[in-house]
Design a protein around this ligand. Structure first.
Ligand code: AMP
Length: 284
């Protein structure tokens, strides 16, 4: 049995549970349970505040966890391994200042008061930049600190930037790009490592299928070589004969970004009956 720490509620919670379900792990939807077992995979889920997850994983209270990279970096006194970047809950930690202020570089922050819930990351950044600022640690509502004269500037999570605009601020330095990451205790026992490897295998299969479509076309036999040249394939596209002996069916996995371009080129050489299907997992 492996114990995984997930955020109790908040942005990460739903996407973390969705990920576990997509890799075939039944997560109970009973919200009140702080510790719950799954009936089809040797995993137990421990629900915690996201800022407690690095400590819980580092101390071995949980073996693995899903948490934002921002929390992993802020809690750097609790060493853990970052196993996999999961690609969701993307945001950045940025410095922002009142929108009317002129900004010519990071020296702006010398002798300024900067409010943040991420004092460790900010202190490290200022030290590297040679900036001497006063860091005001506050737990929440960081964006209003300049308006109530608690600080001159802020260092906070930015996603769309809408919250900054609402509070009359502008983003001037992007310090850390963040996303949800799968983390693990250092030196997991071999049985737990084996369960983690199984989870990583499933996650990789899922991630590989993201942004990909399964394309099926019918093509005159005389055009097969031209069609093959247009199609990528995992090893090579699948080619099947049709009942009509003059035609074949071609199947291939195509990147979504190239889908329409590929379809148009295939149509131009005579492809017909084009089907595009979603792809759930890609196991190589
Ligand atoms: P936005 O207005 O889209 O820039 O979002 C900014 C606010 O949303 C910040 O105050 C953050 O507290 C919160 N936020 C946005 N993205 C995340 C994330 N990935 N993890 C945690 N909080 C976030």
């Amino acid at each position: 049995m492996i114990r995984i720490a997930l955020q109790t509620k908040g942005r990460l919670n739903e996407e973390s549970i969705a990920l576990l379900r997509e890799i075939g792990i039944n997560v109970s939807s009973r919200k009140r349970e702080l510790l719950s077992k799954c009936d089809n995979f040797p995993v137990e889920i421990l629900y915690l505040r996201d800022d407690d997850i690095p400590q819980a994983v580092s101390r071995g209270v949980a073996d693995i966890g899903i948490v934002g990279l921002n929390e992993v970096c802020e809690k750097s006194q609790y060493p853990i391994d970052i196993i996999y970047e999961l690609g969701f809950s993307r945001c950045r930690l940025s410095l922002a200042i009142p929108k009317g202020d002129e900004y010519n570089g990071v020296e702006y922050f010398n002798n300024k008061r900067v409010a943040t819930s991420y004092p460790v990351i900010l202190a490290d950044y200022f030290a590297r930049q040679g900036v001497n600022a006063e860091i005001e640690e506050i737990a929440g509502s960081v964006e209003i600190a300049p308006a109530i004269d608690m600080a001159d500037a802020i260092f906070d999570i930015v996603s769309s930037g809408g919250t900054l605009v609402t509070n009359g601020l502008k983003e001037v330095e992007k310090v850390l790009e963040c996303q949800a990451v799968l983390v693990a205790s250092k030196n997991l026992e071999p049985q737990k490592q084996a369960i983690l490897d199984q989870m990583i295998f499933r996650i990789e299969s899922l991630m590989r299928s993201k942004g990909k479509k399964y394309l099926l076309i019918n093509i005159p036999n005389s055009k097969i070589d031209e069609a093959l040249a247009l199609l990528p394939g995992m090893k090579s596209p699948t080619l099947l004969p049709l009942a009509n002996k003059e035609w074949s069916s071609l199947h291939a996995v195509v990147d979504q970004t190239q889908l329409w371009d590929t379809i148009e080129k295939l149509k131009a050489i005579g492809a017909e009956d084009i089907l595009v299907l979603s792809l759930e997992k890609m196991i190589l």
